[in-house]
Write a protein of this length. Sequence first.
Length: 143
Amino acid sequence: MATVLLASDLSSLRHELRTTLEGPDLFIEEVANGKDVIARVERGAVDLVILDLQIGSMGGMAICMELRNEESYGAAEPVAVLMLLDRRPDVFLARRSGAEGFLVKPLDPQRVRAAVRALLRGEEYEDDSLRPATVRVGSSDAQ
């Protein structure tokens, strides 16, 4: 059973994620403060952190970077991070912070579950749902 830590200061977002992910194969914990994320991960046995970019007291990017710093000198075990972004330009922040995956809000339950499965398998996940369509020269069809 995998342990997933939901981190957001919005109880409605934590509830939405819990409802989407709850099942016999996941144990879900919740925190509402960035510093609590660091403390919980340092205690160990967390497989995935789902981190809201706009969490109070310590932003999602700072939390992810602190987790990577803690891992670098052995204070915490490596843990995958799925960052929840507010807009497509925030992708830069997710990549820069070292997150293994990101989703752009509004959240879709299928994309959330796909991202969680990928990260728990040790893969990365990039949400391309808002990526602009590419049009080829000489073609009237967008891809």
